[in-house]
Design a protein around this ligand. Sequence first.
Ligand code: NAD
Length: 506
Amino acid sequence: MSLTHALTLPPEARTVDHVAMFVDGEFVTAAAGGTFPTVDPNTGDTIAQVPRADGTDVDRAVAAARRAAVEWQFTDTIARSGLLRALAGLVTEHADELARIEALDSGHYLAKARELVGAIPLWLDYWAGLADKVGGRTIQVPGNKLSFTLLEPLGVTAHIVPWNYPLLVMVRSIAPALALGNTVVVKPAEDTSLSALKFAELVRAAGFPDGVFNVVTGYGAEAGASLAAHPDVAGITFTGSTETGRTVSKLAADHVAQINLELGGKSPTVVFPDADLDDAVEATVQGFCSHTGQVCVAGTRLFVHADVRDEFLGKLTDRLRSTRIGDGFAEDTEMGPLVSQKQYDRVREYIEIGKSEATLHYGGGRPDGLDEGGYFIEPTVFVDVPHDARIAREEIFGPVASVHLWTTEDELVEAVNDSIYGLFACLLGRDIKRLLSTARRLQVGGVMINDWFGELPMTPHGGHKQSGTGREEGLEAVHGYTQVKHVSINLDDSLRAGTDWVNAPL
Ligand code: NAD
C-alpha cells in the first residue's frame, strides 16, 4: 500500500501517526503487511508500528536502485551536488522534528539530538563539494600509449546501520555513495528506524530521482541478511557489532560484494602522570558516558598512571555524582537511557559479571526517581580489574569502565594492544613527545590527544584489527564507494609499430 509520507511527530507528541518505508520514490507498507513495534527508551512505551520488510521488499528496493543506477551514474556531478545541497538545506529546515524523532526513538537527550541533526548538513555539503574533485590518474607507461584510470561508482550500495547514531551513521555513508554516483538501499536498525524514514521524505522533496535512495525497515536476520546477500548489491557498508559484521562479510563474500566494516571497540583512555586531571576527568567521562556509553569509540578501558590513581579517582567520582541522568526531553539531562530492554539487560548482566571479577568503585545500579519503564543506568566504574576480565575485554556498550594502572610505556602499550579491537584511543597528558611516541605504537584506527572524539566529515574514521576494514569520512572514504577502471590507448598508427617487448604479439 502506498502512503503520502513516512511519518509525522507533532510538537510535544511522543507517538507518531503511521510509519512507511521508502521504495522507488514511494512510501509503502511491507508487501506481506507485517509490522513490529519501536519504543521510547525513556518510558518503554510504543511509539509506532514499523513495516517489517522481508526478502520481497528488499528485492523491490534493490531492483529500483538498480534501474536508477543506470542514469544516476552518468548524471553530471553539478546536478548530483546540487541535490545534496538542496537536501542539506531541507535537513536544516526540518531539524527540530528530526531531532525530536531521533531523541524519542534512540534515547539521545534532546539537546544532543539537536546538535547531531544540526551537524548532518556538514556531511552532505562535504560530499557535494567533493563529487567533482575526485577522479582517476594518468599513468606513465612504456611505448607510445596513453594510460589512465577512471574512478567509477559501484552501482547499488547497501547501508546497514546501527541504533546508536541512526541518522549520522546513515548520512556519513550515503552522502559519499550518492555523491560518487551510486544508488542506495538503507536498512536502519530495528530499534531506531524513524529518522531514516523522515530523512527519506526530505530526499524526495529535494528532487532525487525515484529509486536513487531507498529505505527498508525490518529485522537484521531478515531484511538485513536479504540485503547483504542480494546478488545485485555491489557494495555494502555495515556499521554494527563485530559479531554481526562477520556474518555480513560472509554474505558479501558469496556474491563478491565490496564491503566496508565499521565495527565495535574497547577503546583505551590513557591518563599520563603529567595530565591536567580536571581535563582528564572530563575527557574520561565524555569517553565512556557519552550517549550512555553506546558509542563505538567509547573509552571504557581507563589506563591511569599509578602515581595519580587516587587523585584521579577522587575527581572522577565527584564528576560522576554530578551527572544529570534523566528523560531525554527534560531540560537539563546530560545522560539519557539505554536504547532498549535488551541493551539494558545486557549492561546489567555485565555489571554483575564485573562484580565477580573486580571491585565496584562507583555506580552499578539504577538511578533513583526515574520512570520505571525507562532503561536508565548509573555510570559504573570498576577498579582492580585484571586484564583478562570479561568486562575489560568485551564490548559492553553501556557506561561501564574498568580502571587499570600502569607505570611504564612498554607495559601500557602491551596492555592496550592486547585486544581483538583496534578502533580508537584517547591520550591525556602534557609531554607531547611521550604522547606521540605512544600514539605511534598503538594498534588503533584513530588517536585523540587531550581531546575527546568528535565525528567530522573530513577526517577518516575506522578501525584496525576486528574493529573493521575500510574508512568512512575524509578522502579515504572515496575508495569505499568507487571502483577503478584502467583505460589504455595505443597512439601509434599501427599495432605493429611498437617494437618493445610490451607490444610483442603472443
Ligand atoms: P548490530 O550488529 O546488532 O546491528 C547493526 C545492524 O545490523 C542493524 O541494522 C541490524 O538490524 C543489522 N543486522 C543484524 N543481524 C544481521 C544479519 N544477520 N545480516 C544483516 N544485517 C544484520 O549492532 P548494534 O547493536 O545495532 O550497534 C552497536 C554496535 O555497532 C557496537 O558494536 C558498536 O561498536 C558498533 N558501531 C560501530 C561504529 C563504527 O564506526 N565503528 C559506529 C557505531 C556503532
